[in-house]
Write a protein that binds this ligand. Sequence first.
Ligand SMILES: *[C@@H]1O[C@H](CO)[C@@H](O)[C@H](O)[C@H]1NC(C)=O
Ligand SMILES: *[C@@H]1O[C@H](CO)[C@@H](O)[C@H](O)[C@H]1NC(C)=O
Ligand SMILES: *[C@@H]1O[C@H](CO)[C@@H](O)[C@H](O)[C@H]1NC(C)=O
Ligand SMILES: *[C@@H]1O[C@H](CO)[C@@H](O)[C@H](O)[C@H]1NC(C)=O
Length: 404
Amino acid sequence: MVIEKEMKLWFLLALLCYGFGNANGRSLADLETFNVINFGARADGVTDNSQAFLAAWKAACTSTGAVNLVIPSGTYFLNPVQFRGPCKNVQSLTVQMQGTLKASTDLNQYATARVWVEFGWVDHLTLTGGGTFDGQGEVTWPLNTCPRDQNCKIPPTSLMFVNMNNTIVNHIKSVNSKFFHIGVLGCQNFQGSRIQITAPAESPNTDGIHLERNSGVTISDSEIATGDDCVSVGQGNSLVTLNGIRCGPGHGISVGSLGKYQNEKDVRGLIVRDCSLTETDNGIRIKTWANSPTSSVCANMTFENIVMNNVANPIIIDQSYCPYANCMSSASSKVKISDIHFRNITGTSKTPVAVTLKCSQRVPCEKVSLQDVDLTFTGQNSTSATCLNVKADYSGTQNPPPCQ
Ligand SMILES: *[C@@H]1O[C@H](CO)[C@@H](O)[C@H](O)[C@H]1NC(C)=O
Ligand SMILES: *[C@@H]1O[C@H](CO)[C@@H](O)[C@H](O)[C@H]1NC(C)=O
Ligand SMILES: *[C@@H]1O[C@H](CO)[C@@H](O)[C@H](O)[C@H]1NC(C)=O
Ligand SMILES: *[C@@H]1O[C@H](CO)[C@@H](O)[C@H](O)[C@H]1NC(C)=O
């Protein structure tokens, strides 16, 4: 008995030493956990949890070492929240989200923020756990006038990452966003995987993942079914890899739209690999506005091993993009497109024109290549290609036949 007591004492002492041994925080193996429930969150689907979530975030962010923020299963009603750093003494912050977050449908709640849930200015954040962001967009889609009105009030994006470094987003879901599902802006080293995105084909502006001004982004093994682009690679991105993405319904995987605003930055270094597109309005698309105010470059892109299943416009470069009935001008785009390679693109096209390369007259496309393209029309006729202001290089199988 005495020996047993002594051993217990030793064990306690050892624990204490381990716990307080290094004064400036704990060892990496020692995770501190903050559960939103302990900060007053209620998973009843009705109570607004924004204050409780923010209090839990503040505790986690001002802690030290490796930190866990836990959102257990259950449904949490949530008004807009901003989870911002810097989290000075935190080495890594893992948000373990099992629960479902439900957005407010009252658009007045988003008067100041264009975002529902924002993570910003954090280094080494991981978001995981299989949880769901439910934007409840089905209530507000009828109020969205953006598809026909350039001066519309832009509804909030569901989940946004702003100016983050070394972010991992793994195994999360987003359903029925009011506008974009996920935005990634100004981030370095962002790794997304096993992301599941769902919204109806006819839901307006529900882009799956929109990227802008990032460097080093990988999105892999994800399923995106939505009403707009599955992934859109906007201005200012470099070194982006998309692989293992199953897209559809939706508007396909897009670069752009580019050349709409002043001082847009170049887009360089994109790889899209091992993806499938099913019943989408476009396949692989590069779109630039006709009347771009300033010059920029869109270069070094490879699209390979892509399967198209009944896709309209499977391969399309469109430098006179205009989604509105009447655009301001029909000027020629100043976005220079070069070094664009399509390799091993197969499957079926819903439209007879399977390859469209419509480049700018002012700055024609350069170094565009197609290798082993085999796209058959789901109707009776064979497929064809149309080209403008581009002289592409062809090799291997070519169906449709090359432009003359
Ligand atoms: C991210 O890295 C850049 C430099 O590479 C730095 O200027 C910036 O402060 C970092 N941001 C965060 C949130 O750590
Ligand atoms: C082109 O992009 C690839 C992949 O993103 C990158 O590794 C490579 O360095 C880029 N090449 C040039 C010349 O920038
Ligand atoms: C072409 O792409 C398909 C679909 O991704 C893939 O299964 C096949 O292995 C690729 N072929 C080559 C030669 O890489
Ligand atoms: C098929 O091709 C013929 C001859 O070029 C054309 O008249 C017809 O409209 C095409 N049909 C479809 C469905 O595109």
